[in-house]
Design a binder for this molecule. Structure first.
Ligand SMILES: Nc1ncnc2c1ncn2[C@@H]1O[C@H](COP(=O)(O)OP(=O)(O)OP(=O)(O)O)[C@@H](O)[C@H]1O
Ligand SMILES: Nc1nc2c(c(=O)[nH]1)N[C@H]1C(S)=C(S)[C@@H](COP(=O)(O)O)O[C@H]1N2
Length: 163
């Protein structure tokens, strides 16, 4: 059972101006796939706060997977991809490419999410857009491949079962 950390990046959410529905949506979905949510926080859209929180979760081996929601768009306070890249050791572009590509069937605005996916130490980090609808759609796409990716990252699998 892999351990998941959820970070909702939202100025409104962190000030209590809006109830976070997206973090709980992530929790509902990962739990249904057998993952254990061990960390959940709503943070303001502050690059340094987001990156230092993620860095600690990776470096202290608290979680195997960090899923973020929010802060991937074009507004001045959208900083989640930059916070993520700041602590990245390896890039995993395919996951974010897949999220955007899959999401285009729901809305052409999917191309406006700048979310990235990266690895730091033995933790995979994936950015998703902010709305609960976008979270649900993004996770539909990534969940089927996620477990295998984390298995390889943790060294508990080393081949893809291809013929
Ligand atoms: N965490 C969330 N929980 C519930 N709804 C959300 C959440 N994040 C976004 N939404 C929905 O998606 C819309 C667009 O979100 P957007 O990312 O532009 O955030 P915002 O409302 O401008 O502010 P903030 O970045 O402070 O959350 C919101 O108006 C809201 O309806
Ligand atoms: N699957 C999916 N992806 C989506 C959306 C959506 O509704 N569904 N919304 C888009 C919109 S409208 C924006 S502006 C960007 C960035 O969202 P964020 O700023 O909340 O991270 O994500 C995009 N990605």
């Amino acid at each position: 059972m892999y351990r998941v950390g959820i970070i909702t990046a939202s100025d409104k959410g962190s000030k209590g101006e809006r109830v976070d529905e997206s973090g709980p949506k992530i929790k509902e979905i990962v739990s249904s796939f057998g993952y254990e949510v061990v960390y959940y926080k709503v943070l303001p859209d502050d690059k340094d706060m987001i990156s230092s929180e993620m860095k600690q979760l990776c470096d202290e081996n608290v979680v195997d997977l960090i899923l973020t929601t929010g802060g991937t768009g074009f507004s001045k306070r959208d900083n989640t991809p930059e916070a993520t890249l700041e602590i990245a050791e390896k890039l995993v572009p395919g996951i974010s490419e897949a999220i955007r590509s899959y999401s285009m069937q729901f809305t052409p605005k999917a191309m406006l999410s700048r979310g990235v996916s990266v690895i730091r130490k033995e933790t995979l980090i994936i950015n998703m857009p902010g709305s609960p609808k976008a979270v649900k759609e993004s996770m539909e796409c990534i969940m089927p491949a996620l477990n295998h990716g984390i298995d390889i990252l943790k060294g508990s699998a080393n081949e893809c079962g291809r013929k």
